[in-house]
Each structure stands twice: as structure tokens, then as C-alpha cells.
Design a binder for this molecule. Structure first.
Ligand code: INI
Length: 157
């Protein structure tokens, strides 16, 4: 039996990455963006383009456009949906997550979910650089690992 194993890495040299970030709850999303840019920089990613959209609901169409452009090896999606602020939390959060997943599958690219969903602004702060880490940074590392995995699979299958 021959077993082959494929893994990505955190070596982002040679990668171009797009980031889509939403303005709604901007105090949180700016911190997610800072975390993501720091993560991408530390991985050695050479080129990053950032696109701002109004809210988490608008992330999927922008991500789709960027993913289908052929210019990027990964797209990082950043947003913050806070339950306390909206009676339609489930719709905004659910549609955003489902849309982001669909864009990735349709484009065959890592389109990474870095949207914080929180019950209140304190929880959102914890997840954007507070005691629960920075989801933007986490999403950036996932983007690099998945982009390098897909590259390895492309060259190795
Ligand atoms: N968008 C968010 O990104 N976060 C939220 O918490 C939020 N709330 O609370 O409603 C939110 N709503 C706006 C939504 O994303 C769209 O921009 C809007 O519905 C227009 O399509």
C-alpha cells in the first residue's frame, strides 16, 4: 500500500491574498483586519488587496468577484455580527456564512470565514485581539495553509 500525505504550510511567499472586510461594527472589524494583515505579513505573503463592504451580508458578492478574478490564491472574509444589535442576527450571520462557504466551493479557492459572531460587544472584543485571540489573524493563517495545500495537491496528484 502506498500512502501519500499532503499538507499546507505557513510559508506565504509567492501568494497573493484578497481580504474582504465589512464596516458594520467597525471598531471590531478594524482589529480583525489588523490581525489578518499581521498574520499574512508574518507568513511572508507578498501582495494583499483589501476591499471594504458595508456589512457582513455584502461579504459574499465581493468575495465571489475577487475569487473568480484569478488573481488571488485565497480570500479572507472579515466581519462582526453582534446579536444584541439586531433582531435578524440569525439571517445576517447565517446568510453571510453560507454565502462565504458557497463562494469558496464554486471558485475552488480557499475563501476563509473570519466573521466574528457574538452575543454582545464585549464578546466581539474578546475575539478581535482580546483574551480569545484574534479571529482575523487565525483566518489569515488558515488562508495561507489552505492555499499552500491546494498548490501541493495541484502539483502532486
Ligand atoms: N451587518 C453586520 O456586519 N453586523 C451586524 O451586526 C449587523 N446587524 O446588526 O444588523 C449587520 N447588518 C447589516 C447587513 O450586513 C447588511 O449590510 C444590510 O442588511 C444591507 O444588506
Amino acid at each position: 500500500m502506498r500512502v501519500r500525505t499532503f499538507e499546507g504550510s505557513l510559508d506565504g511567499r509567492g501568494l497573493r491574498v484578497a481580504v474582504v472586510v465589512s464596516r458594520f461594527n467597525e471598531a471590531t472589524t478594524r482589529l480583525l483586519l489588523e490581525g489578518a494583515l499581521d498574520g499574512l505579513r508574518r507568513c511572508g505573503v507578498e501582495e494583499v488587496d483589501v476591499a471594504w463592504v458595508p456589512g457582513a451580508f455584502e461579504i459574499p458578492p465581493a468575495a465571489s468577484h475577487l475569487a473568480r478574478s484569478g488573481r488571488y490564491q485565497a480570500v479572507v472574509c472579515l466581519g462582526a455580527v453582534v446579536r444584541g444589535e439586531t433582531p435578524h442576527f440569525e439571517y445576517v450571520a447565517g446568510q453571510s456564512a453560507a454565502g462565504i462557504a458557497r463562494v469558496g466551493l464554486e471558485a475552488g479557492l480557499p475563501v476563509v470565514y473570519g466573521v466574528v459572531t457574538a452575543d454582545n460587544t464585549e464578546q466581539a472584543a474578546e475575539r478581535s485581539g482580546g483574551k480569545a485571540g484574534n479571529r482575523g489573524r487565525d483566518a489569515a493563517l488558515v488562508a495561507v495553509e489552505m492555499a499552500t495545500l491546494l498548490r501541493a495537491l495541484q502539483g502532486g496528484l
